[in-house]
Design a protein around this ligand. Sequence first.
Ligand SMILES: Cc1cc2nc3c(=O)[nH]c(=O)nc-3n(C[C@H](O)[C@H](O)[C@H](O)COP(=O)(O)OP(=O)(O)OC[C@H]3O[C@@H](n4cnc5c(N)ncnc54)[C@H](O)[C@@H]3O)c2cc1C
Length: 368
Amino acid sequence: MRTGSDIAVVGGGLVGSALAFGLATRGATVTLFDPDADDLHASVGNFGLVWVQSKGIGAPAYADLSRRSAAAWDAFAADIAERSGENPAYERCGGVKIALSETELAALDDTVRRLHNQGAGDVEVISREALVERVPSVGPEAVGGAWCPADGHADPLATHLALRAALLGTGRARVVRRRVDDVTPEGGGFVLTAQGERFAAGQVVLTAGLGTTALAAELGLDVPLKPQRGQILVTEKLPHFLDPACFIVRQTNQGSVLIGDSKEDVGYDRGTTTEVGGAIAARAVRMFPRLAGVRVVRQWGALRVMSPDGLPIYAQSEAHPGAMALSCHSGVTLAAAHAGEVAEAVLAETLAERYPAFSPRRFAEVPA
Ligand SMILES: Cc1cc2nc3c(=O)[nH]c(=O)nc-3n(C[C@H](O)[C@H](O)[C@H](O)COP(=O)(O)OP(=O)(O)OC[C@H]3O[C@@H](n4cnc5c(N)ncnc54)[C@H](O)[C@@H]3O)c2cc1C
């Protein structure tokens, strides 16, 4: 048996890396397990928005958590940049959703009304004139949009690299490049078996993306997740033309443009299709006609980690309170919260108490 740590974090994508960093900076010794194979797709294959508008409609706890996380992102990005030397390229530049028809604008208006009813007063529907003022490069088909100053974006790969380096820089963490096959409660703590080797830990948190469901079941935790594919196109680098974060078109700090917002139910297939690529490119060109003729240099597919209702699942075992699981489909947005208030709740073993709205109990059938 290898020497133990206070906490084992199983899965080193954005969720696990952010959590492990938050735990280590709060004084815990952490072992982060990840085979570091090529299955880090959600964490590095995503769109990079730190997004709050439209998050948590009908679910105020999720809306609030997203907002607290977005508000903490500035300090979080500065901290991991300073510790690692990597630049997460976070900008709280405001975000816009563009409507290409009156029907789309009416739908945005409906969303914004519902958000206002939940107390989100800073999201507003804007006219075409106001949109052009904020985004002068927008095309003639845009009829207006929804604007929120709290939205922003970051470079997900740089954020992930920064988190890993900052985690190791705390001197309290090790990364074990192995897949965890089994977690068993033992002697008041846990024993993890990772590709034949055994490790002891006082607490264990499962953050294995889509791999969480199977491991959680071993601990009696129900974490129902399924994949949802999104495809993204990346263009050649272009002169800067887009300041705010924009829902399906985003220009990175290096000039490339990311385009994508597909939602496909295709199981674990991470492939790409010309059909979806063509459709998302066509919509992007309608928003920004200057993209016509621009070269696409990459296209990828990545799998979202989706719960049945789209909200995070934060699970804690009743029988073994030191066993927890975290999953969400907005791991960039929530990274600052995972490294902050969520890490605190994990350390204190108060996850279930602090986040009742994200308990998997909500999926249990209501008795007749
Ligand atoms: C196309 C697309 C666009 C997105 N856009 C955004 C966005 O704009 N903003 C936003 O906030 N979010 C976005 N997301 C969601 C975001 O990427 C995810 O919420 C986030 O990456 C989930 O991170 P994770 O760490 O839970 O999962 P993953 O990134 O899937 O990482 C899980 C890790 O666990 C490891 N693992 C699995 N099983 C085991 C095991 N048994 N033992 C050890 N390790 C294991 C895997 O190797 C992997 O490294 C998007 C996702 C997609 C697919």
